[in-house]
Design a protein around this ligand. Sequence first.
Ligand SMILES: Nc1ncnc2c1ncn2[C@@H]1O[C@H](COP(=O)(O)OP(=O)(O)O)[C@@H](O)[C@H]1O
Ligand SMILES: [Mg+2]
Length: 359
Amino acid sequence: MIKAVLPPGVLSLHVLPADHHDRDWDNIVVPREVKERLLNQALLTLLHGRKLSMLAGLPHGLIVLSGPSGTGKTTLARGLAQVAALALAARGATTLVEINPHAFPSDMLGESQRNITRLMQDTIPEIVARRPHTVVLIDEVEAFAVRRSTASFETNPVDVHRATDAILLGIDEIARSLPNVLFVTTTNFIEAVDDAFLSRADLVLHFELPDVATIGRIITHSLVELGAQWPALMPLAGQRQDIADLAASCEGWDGRRVRKLVLAGLAQRTAVARDPGQLTFEDLQAAARKQGGVEWVGGAAPSAHELFPESRLCKRYDDESEHGHAHSADTVRARAPSHLHDRPEQPPVPLASGTVKGN
Ligand SMILES: Nc1ncnc2c1ncn2[C@@H]1O[C@H](COP(=O)(O)OP(=O)(O)O)[C@@H](O)[C@H]1O
Ligand SMILES: [Mg+2]
């Protein structure tokens, strides 16, 4: 990522291909056809946008990824930029620009419209001029291209109208003047996106929740990743029946939640949290049964003193000055050299349990 000061509304700028961007594409498990169509659509715009702009049905270089939260849209959009950049690498680099759709809140009438117009007319063309290929990612575009008929009560409806008009005008203008710029947008809430925006899309791809077989593949992928860190766990990724049973327990979950299942599995027992190499399918099944959370059951938990008795032999830091909690001004002053304050030197507040209260 380029660390220079970013123009307003731009969340990040990346120059692709870059090896560390490979993982996004690979991490998302979707049918082959989905990735293939996405990539083809992107390449058509990036490679042939200029010629295609001569067609009667003007392409807009716009892809919309829609679907429930946690189904991999944002990740796959980023991955698409990297894979397209790989395909085009021989012709030169690709810039990935991520737009922050929440960067244009405005109480002032017309201000978000002006900001969006500046973004579309000045900022993006200036970035496009830098490299042969450009992918513009607008995540959660519903914040940007709000359906004008249902704009929320809190926002000024006139301003929403104008902001949406500005984005539509901008897309039209870029489609005409810079036809090989690719816009990839995502939305968790397609009902909130303006119809005129959607009708400009060359492809609207509807993501679905993963089915049980896909959940199984995501779990396998996560276990392989764990195995790379803790080799003792590598055999788990080959236990197909256990994975299938586990996947069946996660039916209806989104991909993000399935990914977190492994983490929840590691957090079932303290021994495993301390040494993840001890993870078992029982832990993972327990995590799935608890939906990744906890059951609010069981007797009293051991006290801090009872936990980790072996650590009682280790050094204590009661006298160190870097306590991680807020002390009263008096305490801080008590530790400063005496010439910095006018009070007599006081001993630090002791840290024994119950003596220091948050303030
Ligand atoms: N189909 C999937 N296959 C594998 N992992 C997935 C899938 N869908 C979501 N995930 C996981 O969830 C994380 C969040 O996904 P994200 O791209 O933010 O989803 P969205 O933008 O649809 O809300 C991803 O980084 C990935 O780890
Ligand atoms: Mg997202």
